[in-house]
Design a protein around this ligand. Structure first.
Ligand code: ATR
Length: 291
């Protein structure tokens, strides 16, 4: 179990600085072990704590973290967009994305950042040969992670994206947002249906699952994988036990990537925003990969 692989953090003392992660669910998160291993490796008197916060409690939780003197926090499912109006300021990147995954508390102000897009990019380019300007992407989901992924792909010059989300209105919002910020990228919304997915699978080179389908053991693939071939790159932002989507795609020799490398790189960027120190990447990777 996880406890066997926990790093040995410095004992918590009166001057220990506190950061953490706010999400619902949050118990599956590997961010605490990743950041605590990094603090320990650098001898920093910091601790990273999980905070399970249901949606209705988000404003109170954010105000409470500030009042308690937390140095910052990560924001995950389903709060990345809802947190934005609760902050004093957002970075240009987070503003362009419309979602925040990292908050820095400094001088009594809450400043939102987004390290997901860059984390996604470093992970993808580190794993596979990918040329955005020569590719087309099918993105599943339209939450905070989808916003970061689409914004990043558009920045890298991808000419076209198809977005499909269970709640189509959210996909339309995201498409409109992208049209404002990246007019050179053609974005269309597809119905959440196997027929539309099949056509888009044939059309796209890159498929990214940003939905939470796959998080729970036994979850099916969010889409019917018929048509996926070795020519596809398939990224599932879900991490942990292999998801049905990646198992099916690996079986047909598509190039696959799970969510751990993105988790690592977005975390490394957040670590530096909080501490001002270069993140110990290998320590963090080992902490993440421990079973
Ligand atoms: P994140 O910040 O990680 O993007 P989020 O903003 O809560 O998390 O978004 C979760 C995504 O998973 C949404 O696109 C959600 O679809 P809805 O907008 O319809 O809620 C998607 N999702 C969650 N459960 C799903 C399910 N059972 N089937 C399909 N999509 C699902």
């Amino acid at each position: 179990m996880e406890s066997e692989h926990r790093p040995s953090p410095l004992p918590v003392g009166g001057a220990t600085r506190v950061v953490g992660i706010v999400g619902d669910p949050v118990a599956h998160s590997r961010s605490p072990r990743m950041h605590n291993a990094a603090f320990s490796a650098l001898g920093l008197d910091w601790v990273y704590v999980p905070f399970h916060v249901p949606p209705g409690d988000l404003p109170a939780a954010v105000a409470g973290l500030k009042a308690l003197g937390a140095r910052g926090f990560n924001v995950t499912v389903p709060h990345k967009e809802a947190v934005v109006p609760l902050l004093d300021d957002v970075s240009p990147a987070a503003g362009a994305i419309g979602a925040v995954n990292t908050v820095v508390v400094a001088d009594g102000r809450l400043v939102g950042h987004n390290t997901d897009g860059e984390g996604f990019s470093v992970a993808l380019h580190g794993a596979h040969r990918f040329r955005a300007e020569r590719s087309r992407a099918l993105v599943l989901g339209a939450g905070g992670s989808a916003r970061a992924v689409c914004d990043q792909l558009a920045r890298e010059g991808i000419p076209a994206i198809r977005i499909s989300n269970r709640t189509e209105a959210k996909a339309r919002d995201l498409a409109a947002h992208l049209a404002r910020h990246h007019p050179g990228c053609e974005v269309k919304v597809l119905a959440w249906s196997p027929l539309d997915h099949r056509a888009a699978i044939n059309w796209a080179e890159l498929i990214v699952n940003t939905t939470t389908v796959g998080l729970k053991p036994g979850d099916p693939s969010p889409i019917n994988t018929n048509g996926i071939s070795p020519g596809h790159i398939v990224v599932d932002l879900v991490y942990g036990p292999e998801t049905a989507l990646l198992r099916e795609c690996r079986a047909v020799r598509a190039r696959c990537l799970d969510g751990l490398p993105m988790l690592l790189h977005q975390g490394a960027l957040a670590f530096t925003l909080w501490t001002g120190e270069a993140a110990p990447l290998e320590v963090m990777r080992a902490a993440l990969e421990a079973p």
